[in-house]
Design a protein around this ligand. Structure first.
Ligand code: GDP
Length: 293
């Protein structure tokens, strides 16, 4: 899916999967994202205070999994519209007591159109009215056949509230990722996608990125649309200062001249001059397009 075609396959290494959680309102997308983050700590980082930066990684048996921390399909769709297909696997959350609803169907449609594999998390299993078989039957009608019914889609019962089934869900994600053989070249100059950005007092423009290929390091000359700069800091959702992030990893980048829109591509350039010129060309191009519309 990523820039694998023009890479020498000998340079490619396994990379973590990037996950988007979708599903009907109130079925527990936000709760599940919080439960996963609170249950697992990535990179041996100390626990404690986390900040919402738009993405985070957790570690399961020594393997990383990166989650887009913006539930729903809007972020997914806006990134896809910009040509940035970040998501490797979609987890569709369905409340066990409520079953398939309009936004569940929409999520299934999004996944099918984008040809992204799905794992179904049947949430709220702690509720007395939980009916996982109903969910399976309804999802099977939409073409998502459960593995235990002879199909190829993993369904995992979870409770974001009681914190059950989280390990099983992460195992299912790693299994799916293994089948997909996701690869990237960590030795390249980085290419990343902006998932969230803002102007911060003191820090200036900051952008949360997920690296698609290569490794992003402190000191790298970067360009991001018409913004440019040098990586001054890389900060994780646990406020750790990182020296570098590899493929599928995420951090807040400090050091851009401007706030880039989400979905924008961030690239490392050989020199400061090159980054500046690239950004200037992009600025003129955008301005020209604005004027001619
Ligand atoms: P979202 O709209 O899909 O992001 O759903 P939320 O995460 O905001 O959850 C909606 C409501 O369902 C909240 O009141 C949650 O506390 C509740 N909820 C979420 N997960 C569970 C669960 O596993 N069990 C129960 N009983 N309630 C849950």
């Amino acid at each position: 899916s990523y820039e694998e075609d023009n890479e020498d396959s000998a340079d490619l290494e396994e990379r973590p999967p990037v996950i988007t959680i979708m599903g009907h309102v109130d079925h527990g997308k936000t709760s599940l994202l919080d439960a996963i983050r609170n249950a697992k700590v990535a990179h041996g980082e100390a626990g404690g205070i986390t900040q919402h930066i738009g993405a985070y990684s957790v570690e399961q048996h020594g393997k990383l999994i990166t989650f887009l921390d913006t539930p729903g399909h809007e972020a997914f769709s806006s990134m896809r519209a910009r040509g940035a297909q970040l998501t490797d696997i979609i987890v569709i959350v369905v409340a066990a007591d409520d079953g398939v609803k309009p936004q569940t169907r929409e999520s299934v449609k999004h996944a099918q159109e984008a040809k992204v594999p799905v794992i179904v998390a049947i949430n709220k299993m702690d509720k007395p009215g939980a009916n996982p078989d109903m969910v399976k039957a309804q999802m099977a009608e939409l073409g998502l056949n459960p593995v235990d019914w002879g199909g190829d889609v993993e369904f995992v019962g979870v409770s974001a509230k009681a914190m059950t089934g989280i390990d099983e869900l992460l195992e299912a994600i790693l299994l799916q990722a293994e089948i997909m053989e996701l690869k990237a070249n960590p030795n390249n100059m980085a290419k990343a996608v902006v998932v969230e950005s803002t102007l911060e007092k003191g820090r200036g423009p900051v952008a949360t990125v997920i690296v698609q290929n290569g490794t992003l390091k402190i000191g790298d000359n970067i360009v991001c649309g018409s913004a440019y700069g040098r990586v001054r800091a890389l900060i994780s959702d646990r406020k750790a200062q990182l020296q570098k992030i590899g493929p599928s990893e995420t951090a807040v980048v400090v050091g851009l001249s401007d706030v880039p829109p989400s979905g924008e591509i961030l690239m490392v350039m050989e020199s400061d001059k090159e980054a500046r010129e690239f950004a200037q060309k992009r600025y003129e191009y955008d301005r020209h397009r604005e004027l001619s519309h």
